[in-house]
Design a protein around this ligand. Structure first.
Ligand SMILES: NC(=O)c1ccc[n+]([C@@H]2O[C@H](COP(=O)([O-])OP(=O)(O)OC[C@H]3O[C@@H](n4cnc5c(N)ncnc54)[C@H](O)[C@@H]3O)[C@@H](O)[C@H]2O)c1
Length: 335
């Protein structure tokens, strides 16, 4: 864990390298407000561990890492000059790790932020000249995962007539909704941002509020907004048969995987479904450089990973979450 106070911005920049067992650690740079540096350090460590498992389960030659630029509550929005200073400071922190950590976009940073960081270090991914915006690839991986989940829950991956509730029509959710619509699914969609209603109309989807969508009687629920949406309050009210979506950390606690299984709801682990963006970035690091065709093939392989997890869960009488974590551990210890 490296924590440095930036010489230009005076802000804390942090990088946690959780594992390099399978390759250099990779994870986004989160620019976020924290009450104090301990809270930021806890967050960056937790997120870096999650990246280790996401990369290992996806079979990528990458480890897990994460970066944070810590904003203070009294300066939650930076002026353009201060933002640039903070990004340059973060670039110096990344550079000082000599390639053990590769950075990428995350909450609060964008492709443009990566371009700024790249002026201080070459250990940056997701630049326009490389793999670019990860969101469409995350959406593709989610669509493939959702189809695979349907295969196990309903015996077919065909989406025609399948009812799906998509919660959160942001960069990933909006694209996922389009893909599902193209596949013939009937959609219920929700977002706290009313401007997303336009997309609902264009797709002929039923627009509703997030709570109604969450508890709608549908075949599949696709959470694509915040984490923690599957919790002690929402779980008893669910009326879906399967869940596959992009949101990170959907389960408020890991033990809820058992409660979902007991209710007969098939949950596709979020870090498997949403690995498409990371898989796309990994293509940029291959010896031949980035290629859209290889990205497409590799992202679609999420379906095979998920099949392996569902099969292993069924044969060992465990939950998909436990089977996925076990697969991650096996791959890490074999590295
Ligand atoms: N972008 C990626 O490539 C990527 C990769 C892996 C995981 N994820 C995860 O997927 C999720 C979505 O990512 P994104 O990039 O689309 O984010 P985004 O910020 O573009 O979109 C999030 C959407 O959710 C909506 N929203 C916020 N709170 C809501 C609520 N309570 N109910 C309903 N809608 C709400 C927002 O208005 C917004 O439209 C996040 O959890 C993110 O961590 C994204």
């Amino acid at each position: 864990m490296l924590v440095r106070r930036g010489r230009r911005s005076g802000l804390f920049t942090m990088v946690a390298v959780h594992s390099t067992a399978r390759g250099p650690s990779l994870g986004g740079c989160r620019m976020w407000t924290y009450d104090d540096s301990r809270a930021a350090m806890r967050d960056v460590l937790r997120l870096s561990r999650a990246m280790t498992f996401k990369a290992a389960v996806a079979g990528l030659p990458l480890g897990g890492g994460k970066g944070v630029i810590m904003l203070r509550p009294d300066e939650a929005v930076l002026t353009p000059e201060r933002r640039e200073a903070a990004l340059l400071d973060f670039g110096d922190t990344v550079e000082s790790l000599g390639g053990d950590y590769l950075t990428a976009e995350d909450v609060g940073t964008s492709e443009e932020a990566m371009e700024t960081i790249a002026t201080r270090t070459k250990h940056v991914t997701g630049l326009a000249a490389g793999s670019g915006d990860p969101s469409p690839w995350t959406a593709l991986g989610c669509e493939v995962s959702l189809r695979t989940t349907c295969e196990y829950a309903f015996g077919t991956s065909d989406l025609s007539g399948r009812t799906v509730a998509v919660i959160g029509l942001g960069n990933v959710g909006a694209r996922l909704a389009e893909l599902l619509h193209e596949g013939g699914a009937e959609l219920i969609v929700a977002d706290v941002d009313q401007s997303k209603r336009e997309l609902a109309e264009r797709l002929g989807a039923t627009w509703t509020d997030p709570h109604t969508a969450m508890t709608a009687e549908v075949d599949v629920l696709a959470p694509c907004a915040l984490g923690g949406v599957l919790n002690d309050d929402t779980l008893p009210a669910l009326r879906c048969k399967a869940i596959a979506g992009a949101a990170n950390n959907q389960l408020a606690s890991d033990e809820l995987d058992t409660a979902l299984a007991e209710r007969g709801i098939l949950w596709a682990p979020d870090f498997v479904c949403n690995a498409g963006g990371l898989i796309n970035i990994a293509v940029e690091l291959e010896p031949d450089g980035y290629s859209t065709e290889r990205a497409d093939t590799n992202v679609r392989a999420v379906g095979d990973t998920l099949r392996q997890i569902f099969d292993s869960a069924a044969s060992s009488n465990t939950t998909p979450l436990r089977a996925a974590l076990e697969l991650g551990r096996e791959r890490l210890s074999a590295a």
